[in-house]
Design a protein. Structure first.
Length: 95
């Protein structure tokens, strides 16, 4: 299933609200918000939980080295990482 970048971003923001228990509407999560800010309150454990939920949502595995190379600082960085992974070619064995 091919998704547009906007559809992917919407789904990731909804996952963020659920996994991180944010008191925000998904539409309030803008790309410029720092992930490690008081607004998002991401830490390393939350990042792992968030990535697992994203992988489950999209049926794609995100390699650790891709996460490290993405240098995740803002919500926009996270959205680009997921958009790149979901929009990329599937590897053998992926549904």
């Amino acid at each position: 299933m091919n998704c547009t970048d906007d559809e992917i971003a919407d789904r990731v923001r909804k996952i963020m609200v659920d996994v991180l228990d944010l008191r925000l509407n998904p539409e309030e999560i803008t790309p410029d918000i720092p992930l490690y800010s008081p607004t998002i309150q991401l830490d390393s454990l939350n990042l792992l939980q968030l990535l697992v939920a994203v992988e489950e949502e999209f049926g794609r595995h995100i390699e650790d080295e891709d996460v490290m190379e993405a240098d995740l600082v803002t919500v926009g960085d996270l959205l680009r990482l997921v958009q790149d992974q979901v929009g990329g070619p599937r590897t053998e064995g992926e549904a």
